[in-house]
Design a binder for this molecule. Structure first.
Ligand SMILES: [Zn+2]
Length: 472
């Protein structure tokens, strides 16, 4: 992005522009983030500490649950002010705070919600996690939290160097859709919408409801010729497979943006191969907003450490070393409506090691395999990310959609949607590749289905462990 000029507040203040009031606050935060991304880890922790303490003090002042928990850890305002903690002592006390689980958030409910926000934090709204498997979590959020969420969205546009004059197409769920038939449901807006359009002039955007046959989605892409496409990774995969299978030449694309699900590792390569476009995937959650953005240089993820404290812990609760995969524990720093301190969000991430080619010092994740509940259970009872020979499956061109279900401790089933029946060689190829990738520990079968339904929000679990596989 070529340092775009903000909308001017009034005529004759065009460049350097005096921004309009709503944009000025966003740009001021964005400017600070442009500096903090190059801080050392120690500098960032020091700069962030007053924000963490403001959150903790607010939580302890409003909610007995947090008052007791923070006092037990020696992090309540009184104990802290007496102790004048060094950073090391502070970190030790922080690490002694118990992890807040999803189940606790669900059962404690209103005991985690404040009744009063500090001045300037606005009103209290609500955000609900998808609950595509398991019960949803309801999170109270403040207006201020939404503001920070927007500032970090702007940062992602800047990092990815997006051309704001481009045409932006999202294929997601359109809640305004009323008629459910097979027709294309498309809405056009003159700009990209907030936050980008609040600050800068932008090109048009389009929202295409995903509940339309894939053929019609691909045709709409060809007609609209978007510069950016934002959708679920699983749907992007379907689009790519369809275009390849039908030999459709997709129009040039500057970037595909994957949201809402973990991207399978092969997707970026496939997007390059079939569409000649890079894939940007973001790591966000309804409870927290953005947690990590993929770097354009190098392709790994930078934690958004100014927005949340994000820890990756092993089974013993110790921080994972580079290369290790562990549970993601997150503390969003600006949502005072429902303080979540050391919240286990249910995802797994693999810790990376700096430096990054881009020069930014924000901590790195090498991979985000996704939901912990989407792990495969080995016959020994251990849980692993499900590697089942994804690229081998992709080689069979008539497969349009696939989903892998672990049906028991030693069996997985490939559910396939196909354009034409697989030859016996192709079937054998899928079964052998998957058996080998799974280390010979599983029987593999194929089931043909007409379609694989998405959950109501459009998401789709490529791997699913059915509950009966934990027959213990
Ligand atoms: Zn980087």
């Amino acid at each position: 992005m070529n340092s775009p000029t903000p909308h001017p507040a009034f005529p004759g203040a065009v460049w350097p522009a005096i921004p309009q009031a709503p944009a000025a606050a966003l740009l001021a935060v964005l400017g600070q983030l442009a500096e903090s991304q190059f801080m050392t880890h120690e500098q960032l922790a020091m700069a962030r500490r007053p924000q963490v303490e403001a959150l903790m003090d607010h939580a302890a002042g409003q909610l007995p649950f947090w008052r007791d928990r923070l006092r037990a850890a020696g992090l309540d305002p009184k104990t802290r002010s007496q102790a004048a903690l060094t950073m090391r002592e502070w970190n030790e006390r922080w690490a002694s705070l118990p992890i807040l689980t999803r189940a606790e958030v669900q059962s404690l409910g209103d005991q985690l919600r404040v009744s009063q926000l500090p001045d300037g934090h606005g009103n209290i709204g609500e955000s609900v996690t998808s609950g595509s498997s398991g019960r949803p979590v309801r999170i109270a959020r403040s207006t201020l939290d939404y503001f920070y969420w927007q500032a970090f969205q702007l940062r992602e546009h800047v990092w990815r160097g997006r051309d704001l004059s481009g045409r932006f197409l999202s294929i997601l769920r359109d809640d305004r859709r009323e008629v459910m038939d097979e027709s294309v449901h498309l809405r056009q807006t003159a700009d990209w919408g907030p936050p980008a359009s609040v600050v800068w002039p932008t090109g048009p955007s389009f929202l295409l409801d995903y509940r339309t046959p894939i053929r019609a989605l691909v045709q709409t892409i060809c007609e609209l010729k978007p510069d950016y496409l934002c959708t679920f990774p699983s749907l992007l995969l379907e689009i790519l497979r369809h275009a390849r299978g039908e030999e459709i030449q997709l129009p040039p694309l500057m970037e595909a943006i994957g949201v809402g699900e973990a991207s399978p590792p092969e997707l970026a390569g496939l997007c390059r191969e079939i569409w000649d476009a890079p894939l940007a995937s973001t790591y966000t959650a309804a409870e927290t907003g953005a947690m990590a953005y993929q770097c354009r240089e190098g392709g790994r993820w930078h934690l958004q450490s100014e927005k949340s404290i994000i820890e990756v812990l092993d089974a013993e609760g110790q921080p994972c070393a580079p290369g290790e995969t562990g549970r993601v524990i997150v503390t969003p720093l600006h949502n005072f409506a429902m303080p979540l301190i050391r919240y286990e969000i249910g995802d797994l991430a693999t810790v990376g090691e700096g430096p990054c080619a881009c020069g930014r010092t924000l901590p790195i994740l090498d991979a985000i395999p996704g939901r912990a509940r989407d792990l495969i259970m080995l016959p020994s009872g251990e849980l692993r990310p499900p590697y089942y020979g994804h690229s081998a499956v992709m080689k069979v061109r008539s497969i349009r959609q696939h989903q892998v279900i672990q049906t028991s401790r030693d069996h997985v089933c490939f559910r396939l949607v196909v354009a034409q029946p697989l030859t016996s060689e192709e079937e054998a190829h899928v079964i052998k590749s998957a058996t080998d990738a799974l280390g010979g520990a599983f029987g593999v079968s194929i089931e043909y289905v007409v379609e694989i339904l998405r959950s109501p929000n459009g998401k789709f679990a490529e791997f699913e462990r059915r509950s009966d596989s934990s027959n213990d």
